[in-house]
Write a protein that binds this ligand. Structure first.
Ligand SMILES: C[S@@+](CC[C@H](N)C(=O)[O-])C[C@H]1O[C@@H](n2cnc3c(N)ncnc32)[C@H](O)[C@@H]1O
Length: 263
């Protein structure tokens, strides 16, 4: 067993406590070192109750916001190894762009679309349960593989007015320690949608950073107020809900889900 001083978790916690950590911008991180397998196993190998609570919020929201025959181009920004935001947009999308910066995650996404992990069936069951737009889809993971397009992309390069619905989960606050980058990523995501388009975005509350495998990644500590301030210029009908979480995710003080429409 390593000595406490050698343990990277302990060393980083001590540095944070001493306020000696310099700001880490999105460009300062080698995102290609993101360990997709470790992240998937830690977060999405089984359906957890906090994700089930988020699923209820977003599936009910998209169901209530979009008419029966609506079909558009969806985007999920910073997909990582998470298919459930894309699955929640599936009934309303002829294409779902999985927009991801890290090569490792793009490889994981492409491979997993072809051979999905068994846990996604449990996520789908949660999404579809009692929701008519969803439960008429009989082979969701095959349909997702048909409609998904894994795309190399950087949230800071998103162009305005492109997509008809969108999701961005644990990205804007989990790719930088810088407040200005958190706000810019949040606004650019919503601005990439056409006017009136519905969106859902999830955020960790008060995160101080997180480990994926042995590598630490930066986070920006945000509150409900910070999210509201970031979204106000670009969103209307904004609602922010807090979801309690357990201690499986680092930097946990609960999670927040924002829904609304682009102005
Ligand atoms: C904490 S993970 C969240 C992954 C996933 N959305 C989820 O719900 O678990 C942050 C993701 O953002 C991606 N990312 C980092 N910088 C990015 C950028 N500038 N543009 C787009 N994605 C980025 C990372 O590669 C990673 O997949």
């Amino acid at each position: 067993m390593p000595e406490a001083a050698e343990d990277p978790h302990v060393a980083v916690a001590a540095a944070v406590a001493d306020h000696v950590v310099d700001p880490v911008g999105n460009e300062d991180v080698d995102w290609d070192l993101f360990d997709s397998q470790a992240y998937f196993a830690h977060n999405y190998g089984t359906l957890r109750w906090d994700d089930a609570a988020i699923i209820k919020i977003i599936a009910d929201f998209f169901g209530a916001s979009l008419p029966d025959k609506f079909i558009g181009h969806a985007i999920d920004v910073g997909s990582g190894t998470n298919f459930y935001p894309a699955l929640a947009m599936l009934p309303y999308s002829f294409r779902v762009t999985l927009f991801e910066r890290a090569y490792s995650n793009r490889e994981w996404l492409s491979h997993s679309l072809e051979q999905p992990q068994s846990s996604w069936s449990d996520f789908w069951a949660e999404i579809a349960s009692g929701r008519r737009h969803y439960d008429r889809i009989t082979r969701p993971l095959e349909l997702l593989a048909d409609r998904a397009e894994v795309t190399k992309g950087n949230v800071f390069d998103l162009r305005p007015n492109r997509y008809n619905l969108g999701t961005m989960f644990f990205v804007a606050e989990s790719i930088t320690t810088r407040d200005d980058e958190f706000r810019r990523a949040t606004r650019l995501f919503v601005d990439s949608l056409v006017s009136g388009a519905p969106f859902a975005a999830a955020f960790m509350r008060n995160s101080s950073g997180y480990f994926v495998g042995n590598k630490r990644f930066p986070a920006c500590s945000v509150s409900e107020e910070d999210i509201r301030e970031a979204l106000d210029p670009v969103a209307r009908r904004l609602e922010i809900q807090t979801v309690a979480s357990d201690d499986l995710r680092d930097g946990y003080c609960g999670m927040m889900v924002a829904t609304g429409r682009k102005k």
